[in-house]
Design a protein around this ligand. Structure first.
Ligand code: VG1
Ligand code: CO
Length: 545
């Protein structure tokens, strides 16, 4: 095996964000850019000699090129075997499932998730540990430090590996196995849910479902699981072939980017009763009933409240966890069930310790991510199957299930407003000014609600004691209402300001008031205290979800 050592110099800004390193494809295409980052990952590991690495991505532009480079670098780093998804495909939850099932040392997932793909758009890379979950901050900080001092990377000279057919080959002494990307994952999901009952639901003529894979990675998974194993009619899965540019769209399942699915469900003529979608790398989900979108925070709460209906969870939940900006709907379910509810910073990596320690069974984020201890990533198809299992047992429309949930627990009216592509300096000014102002806000009134607390969220991991500061500015009002400000850590251009709005409403007669109308006073408060319009020049958000 001919290992060559290539001299290199550091690139600025190789700092992983909320979920790995995400940059424009053009940035990744600079000679040495990907190599430096991969070498920094390998340099930050120890004990990988002879071990197994899992490798795959969401199929976006540059996926194949990156895989060939990483394979040759993995051989130089001493890995004994790499498991690669056929055609370079592995959804994020499937990669997690394979790492766990195959007892791998870790995995590299190539994805920029919901960000658009193509030669002028985004690419991303992240490292997952042997528990199948995203590496924690201690590790990503170490990788970043390494990128700043790197002087060489090591790579093996070898021809490209054929990724298109299953089988085994070698790069020097390292074995390369091209695996079926769906098999382990589908088997795992089948072990959690009542597939017979779901198949029965899908066979009913009056129940019609549509799954929009958004030309992203979940197409092959949805075809195999929904249409294959569960027998849903062909055509249930749309946009089911992964494309390097996702057909030109944003593979982000929210009411703006999945508008077609939402309008199909709103149209009585379509005959559809259930709609679902997932994102670029298959870890997010969207659940839509007839003319009714389930907000992700409500979805998490409904999922938790219905655990008894699901074979894998019927014995009980040890606890639940949500990211801080996610609505407190699930907290109310946990309180009633008498189980703990943990509040973590944004990003799935913070759930890992809770899941590993058995403290939480279900986790979720307002950004359309839900999952459980079956893997260590959020899982789009898992959420869809969970809902199908609920529907198969309860035999009620989606909207009725959610409205009943609200009647029982009250409604945490919720919305997120995103201001995208703001100049970074302006976004930072906004956050800095707001942070300084926090103590002066206490006692202020908004729509008859008093501000009781205002802080910058700091998390201390209850399992390993690690501390994460500045995880979002919170303004907490009476009766569970909140306004939260955060800057996104997944974008590649300028800054995105996320404004999270929540208001608790126990009175069922007020649950029909349109969401944005209920939240308008909180938006006005946010605009005023953070001076959004004067600082950013933006009169309205780009995306409301
Ligand atoms: C966003 C979401 C966050 C999610 C992250 C990764 O991060 O808000 O909840 O965990 O994306 O999801 P940010 O920093 O942009 O707010 V994915 O599906 O992009 O891997
Ligand atoms: Co994703």
């Amino acid at each position: 095996m001919n290992i060559i050592t290539v001299a290199t110099t550091p690139f600025a800004g190789q700092k992983p964000g909320t979920s790995g390193l995400r940059k424009k494809v053009k940035v990744f295409q600079q000679p040495g850019y990907l190599e430096n980052f991969v070498q920094a990952i390998f340099d930050s590991l120890s004990g990988q000699q002879g071990k197994t690495l899992v490798l795959g991505g969401d199929g976006r532009y540059f996926n194949d090129t990156a895989i060939q480079i990483i394979l040759r670098m993995a051989a130089a780093a001493g890995f004994g075997r790499v498991l690669v998804g056929c055609n370079g495909i592995l959804s994020t939850p499937a990669a997690s499932a394979v790492i766990r099932k195959q007892g791998a040392f870790g995995g590299i997932i190539l994805s920029a998730s919901h960000n658009p793909g193509g030669p002028d758009d985004d690419f991303g890379i992240k490292y997952n540990l042997e528990n199948g979950g995203p590496a924690n901050e201690t590790f990503t900080d170490a990788v970043y430090r390494r990128t700043q001092e790197i002087s060489a990377y090591r790579i093996v000279e070898a021809p490209d590996v054929d990724l298109t057919s299953l089988g085994e080959t070698r790069i020097g002494s390292m074995q390369v196995c091209i695996i079926n990307p769906v098999a382990d994952y589908a088997e795992l999901l089948e072990s959690l849910f009542d597939f017979d009952r779901i198949a029965g639901l899908l066979a009913r003529p009056e129940f019609r479902m549509r799954f929009d894979a958004m030309h992203a990675v979940n197409g092959p998974y949805a075809h195999a699981i929904l249409e294959g194993r569960l027998g849903a009619p062909k055509g249930t899965v749309i946009n089911g072939t992964p494309l390097p540019d996702f057909g030109g769209g944003h593979p982000d399942p929210n009411p703006v980017y999945a508008a077609e699915l939402v309008s199909a469900l709103a149209d009585a003529q379509s005959g559809l009763s259930f709609g679902a979608a997932s994102d670029g790398d298959g870890d997010r989900n969207m659940i839509v009933g007839r003319g009714f979108i389930v907000s992700p925070s409500d979805s998490l709460a409904v999922i938790a409240a219905n655990y008894k209906l699901i074979p894998a969870y019927a014995k009980g939940l040890s606890g639940v966890a949500r990211s801080m900006p996610t609505s407190c709907a699930v907290d109310r379910v946990a309180a009633e069930m008498g189980i703990p509810c943990y509040e973590t910073p944004t990003g799935w990596k913070y759930f890992g310790t809770l899941l590993d320690a058995g403290k939480a069974t279900l986790c979720g984020e307002e950004s359309a991510g839900t999952g459980s201890n079956h893997v260590r990533e959020k899982d789009g198809l898992w959420a869809v199957l969970y809902w199908l299992n609920i529907l198969a047992v309860r035999d009620e429309p989606v909207e009725q299930i959610v409205r009943e949930h609200w009647r029982r627990f009250g409604r945490n009216i919720y919305s997120r407003h995103d201001y995208e592509g703001i100049e970074t300096a302006k976004a930072e000014t906004l956050m800095d000014e707001l942070r300084k102002k926090l103590p002066t806000l206490i006692g202020m009134e908004c729509d008859g609600m008093r501000i009781e607390a205002a802080d910058d969220f700091c998390y201390i991991d209850p399992v390993d004691g690690s501390r994460s500061d500045k995880q979002g500015i919170r303004i907490l009002l009476e009766n569970g209402s909140r306004v939260v400000f955060r800057l996104s850590g997944t974008g590649t251009e300028g800054a995105t300001l996320r404004l999270y709005l929540e208001r608790y409403e126990a009175d069922a007669s007020r649950h029909t008031i349109p969401t944005q109308e209920s939240l308008a006073p909180l938006v006005a408060l946010a605009e005023k205290v953070a001076r959004i319009v004067p600082i950013t020049g933006r009169k309205a958000p780009d995306v409301i979800s």
